[in-house]
Design a protein around this ligand. Sequence first.
Ligand SMILES: C[S@@+](CC[C@H](N)C(=O)[O-])C[C@H]1O[C@@H](n2cnc3c(N)ncnc32)[C@H](O)[C@@H]1O
Length: 378
Amino acid sequence: MDTPNPTHQPTPSHQPNPTHQPPHSPHPDPSPQPNPHPDLTATATHAVAGQLIEQSLGHLYSAALRTAALLHLADHLAAGPRTAAELAQLTGTDTAFLRRCLRYLAGRAVFSEDGNGAFHLTPAAQFLRTGVPGSLRDAVLMLTDDIFVRSSSALDETVRTGAPAFPKVFGAPFFEYLKDHSASRALFDTGMAAFSEPVDELVAGAYPFPAEGTVVDVGGGRGGLLRHVLLRHPGLTGVLFDQEPALRDHVLDTADLTGRWRTEPGDFFTAVPEGGEVYLLKHVLHDWADEAAARILRSCRRGLAPGGKVLVIDSVPAPGNAPHPGRALDVAMMTIVTGRERGPKELDELFARTGLRRTRILPTPTFASIVEAAAAPD
Ligand SMILES: C[S@@+](CC[C@H](N)C(=O)[O-])C[C@H]1O[C@@H](n2cnc3c(N)ncnc32)[C@H](O)[C@@H]1O
């Protein structure tokens, strides 16, 4: 697609000048405006405009990644490069269309094409392989699934109403919907486990866990984080706590952890297992609006052993507009659930309502930080 040439005078309907619009008017001022960016050269303006158009087609990048994951393209390249024709034969697809899709991805460093028309894996494409350590294929399939995509498509409605689109689109709040849709539940649990896997080991290594005691992973999903914590600290035992279906395919039942863990199904709004020295809440608080998040924290506070700690592990974007992966997650939370990514100030407000106080924030080598809280003095 050609990008618009902004050096031409924009037609009024394409180039509203927001500074001349009446406040809150949904309609642009139809009068012609001068170049709104006189300080940019024509070339630079054109590049910015082209970038905006490309970004507007960002959903196609997401769809192309999904296609690559569904067709197992990275798996087919694991043994060496192949041409589009070879890949098309292996995947039962159209050679010319597949080549176009591959070239689009290669333009973003997912796959590369050599002079003979053969496609190769790149570092990014390696993550699309199945069954390799750190594989993100299941995370890509979750994040590009209808449960995310259809909710995101209604972002304008979400922003207007201040409520997630998911319940309106799918007929029930996210976690209620998962209770009644086992395929979506499995997709979410598998996807979250993949999303978390590269992060879990690094998070486990970024916190000075006590040598002994019990770690309770609240809303722990399949238990990837708890697994890494227990492997690093042989004196600890663990409880994996979540809704029953999430626990079904947990990852704790291996010979190296024998006798050191148990699972417990339940509802963290009611109670969590008691007596833990450490309560993990990884990517849990960010699913919930303040009142619900406070109820989860209160449950943990009631369970804490004397001197125990609650660890909130989420992306904690710094104030300001510096790019941060948490920003996209924050918008995703807006469309699907009632939650948000919270900065230190918002977390402190939650802690203050729940008998906790922040003791420190530890960075990790990942986009997530560890926010440690302890019982507030009476
Ligand atoms: C975003 S996932 C995070 C999973 C895991 N901690 C991780 O980082 O991969 C949120 C988890 O909260 C669990 N959850 C949601 N509502 C719950 C409830 N009422 N009681 C217990 N767990 C719940 C979900 O089943 C899910 O596993």
